[in-house]
Design a protein around this ligand. Structure first.
Ligand code: MSP
Length: 534
């Protein structure tokens, strides 16, 4: 991987609603973001990875009321649950932005004042159907029978007829169209971009940014009877997150640190907010738009969107406790092409982990180390890796793999990253079977034995390095078995051990060192016993 410029790569997950404990859908966005952040870090690039929680609005207020506790206590509890899940899933975020943070309030007030002074906020009447689960007004034509929300299919929308302040989104129609035209990569993937273009082409309507009779939100600086609409407040949480810990909370201080954001990673349900409302709000405040918005697909269970409001979620903490962080990360990143929807099935989960990581990957390392012990006294053979390039099939595969996978990572194609790595690993297993080092050894062909074992071990090392953003614990264990002391969970490692990027090349395993005794790096998973056997 080539050295990267030193400016930080800034990326965000959405700020998650704290109406209920996190589910696997929220974990999905965060796992993708973490893999991207880790990919840039192992290349030596500084990263600011922002996540956090979105804590205002009707949905949260009702969730607190249902439990009979005050909203802030409720938010503190649930926000902490998100944080614990991120620790369990080995998510290395840099900033955790909470929209109830007083520093965020200061940023929101300053931003509101800018847009107010611009004349882009006015009072009018809002009538329409509101989905509290989405925190969004819905078009009547989009509703399902029984006035149900098309996303939260078990929730009826509510009629609203009240005075609200509006943001003049319609003023920004042309500037938004110019943004999409001049920056064709702004919204990805292409299907999402088309969705946005079609939506904007229908003509943009102003949207309401205040609520009346809702206590749980920031009061409007110009009319404290109103509270600010949760989305207007939440999107600004990305800006607040950029503030250095000690800095005074001003827009200038925040925006001087990593703005514009390189990547907003979101699910496809919140595309309109990020691809249309957010850049227009920023334009109104004379702030440059972010560089990219990427909308991933949904995780489904039995073909339906999995979500807190639908009540059909999988508890990610249970999965991590049963199978470990690496397994959960691997399944979701490998099995689902990132722009598309994907279904979760536990039997398939266990099968894939065992086939790929236990059988193909772990076993290749284990059996090769066993042979290294037997035929080479556990010493990495002393040979010139470059000399293997001409004829060794693993060296040939490995030679270009690093560069190819950089491109795949840059396009968030984790499925392809995993497939290409498995391809090398499977080639390693085949190579051993064909070359049969045990019989080469018996025939006294020691240098051939050494070439085979070196090329397999080096291929496993390269694979471990390249897959580290996805399964960092496993990669660290493999490196340890190969006598390399690298903690893939220690970001400082990648800045201080320059040029670490040489690890993405085939042929760097050092000759002559003695490797530790082989021990399995990935234990086979087992399905829990079926609670309802037939
Ligand atoms: N609070 C807003 C975001 C504000 S950002 C300034 C929000 N929160 S959310 O908790 O409802 O959703 C957060 C993210 O989780 C979204 O990207 C959403 O798409 C994602 N997911 C929620 N359910 C999902 C699935 N079933 N599958 C995949 N991701 C889904 O929206």
């Amino acid at each position: 991987m080539s050295p990267q410029p030193r400016e930080p790569f800034v990326l965000t997950t959405p700020l998650y609603y704290v109406n209920a404990a996190p589910h696997i859908g929220s974990a999905y966005t965060t796992m993708i973001a973490d893999a991207i952040a880790r990919f840039y870090r192992i290349q030596g690039r500084e990263v600011i990875f922002i996540t956090g929680t979105d804590e205002h609005g009707q949905k949260i207020q009702r969730a607190a009321e249902e439990q009979g506790i005050d909203p802030q206590t409720h938010c503190d509890r649930v926000s902490a649950q998100f944080d614990s899940l991120w620790q369990a899933l080995n998510i290395q975020y840099d900033r955790f932005s909470r929209t109830t943070d007083p520093r965020h309030h200061a940023i929101v007030q300053e931003f509101f004042a800018r847009v107010w002074e611009k004349g882009d906020i006015y009072l009018s009447k809002q009538q329409g159907w509101y989905c509290v689960a989405c925190e969004e007004f819905k078009e009547e034509r989009d509703l399902l029978p029984g006035q149900h929300c098309p996303i939260h299919t078990n929730k009826a929308v509510e009629w609203r007829d009240e005075d609200n302040y509006f943001f003049r989104l319609s003023h920004y129609q042309e500037r938004l169209e110019a943004l999409y035209r001049e920056h064709p990569d702004f919204i990805q993937p292409a299907a999402r971009r088309n969705e946005v273009l079609n939506f904007v082409a229908q003509g943009l309507q102003d949207f309401s940014i205040s609520r009346i009779n809702l206590a749980w939100g920031f009061p409007l600086p110009t009319d404290p009877e109103h509270t600010l609409y949760v989305w207007f407040d939440a999107l600004l949480g990305y800006v607040t997150a950029l503030l250095p810990p000690e800095a005074e909370p001003t827009l200038a201080n925040a925006l001087s640190q990593g703005w514009p954001i390189n990547l907003h990673l979101i699910g496809k349900d919140i595309l309109r907010f990020h691809g249309v409302y957010w850049p227009a709000m920023l334009m109104a405040a004379n702030i440059a738009p972010p560089l990219r918005v990427f909308g991933h697909g949904f995780l489904t269970k039995d073909g339906r969107k999995m979500g807190k409001s639908l009540g059909n979620t999988i508890n990610p903490m249970d999965l991590v406790e049963r199978y470990g962080a690496d397994s959960v990360r691997y399944y979701f990143l490998k099995e689902i092409e990132v722009g598309l929807d994907g279904d979760f099935n536990e039997t398939r989960f266990v099968h894939i982990l065992n086939a790929d990581l236990a059988n193909d990957f772990g076993n290749l390392l284990n059996r090769t180390l066993g042979m290294l012990k037997k035929y080479c006294q556990s010493q990495v053979p002393d040979l010139d890796p470059q000399a293997l390039m001409a004829a060794n099939p693993l060296a040939q595969l490995g030679r270009t793999l690093g560069d190819r996978l950089v491109t795949a990572y840059e396009q968030y194609q984790f499925d392809q990253v995993c497939e290409e790595i498995l391809n090398l690993i499977r080639a390693g297993n085949r190579f051993i079977d064909e070359q049969a080092p045990w019989s080469l050894y018996k025939q006294g062909k020691q240098s051939q034995v050494e070439q085979v074992l070196y090329s397999v071990l080096e291929s496993v090392r390269l694979s471990a390095y390249l897959i580290a953003p996805i399964v960092p614990n496993l990669s660290g264990k493999i490196y340890h078995q190969l006598g390399l002391n690298v903690d893939f969970n220690d970001p400082s490692h990648f800045q201080s051990h320059a040029p670490f990027s040489e690890h993405s090349q085939w042929g760097i395993l050092r000759s002559g060192q003695t490797l530790p005794p082989p021990s399995p790096v990935f234990a086979k998973l087992e399905l829990p016993p079926n609670p309802n056997p037939e």
